[in-house]
Write a protein of this length. Sequence first.
Length: 53
Amino acid sequence: MDSIGQDNDSVKLSDIGLLLFLTLLNVIDRQLLVSLSNWRKPELNLSNFNLDC
């Protein structure tokens, strides 16, 4: 058997940590957008229809 590439097939803990960090950042970013949308709507002269599009 050839042992070339065996190290690349395993998932490292740092890879999982990076994915978890990016997922958490995505969730926080989406929550901030939702919570700040009513505050930004008057500044940008947007209606509820403009936010849904």
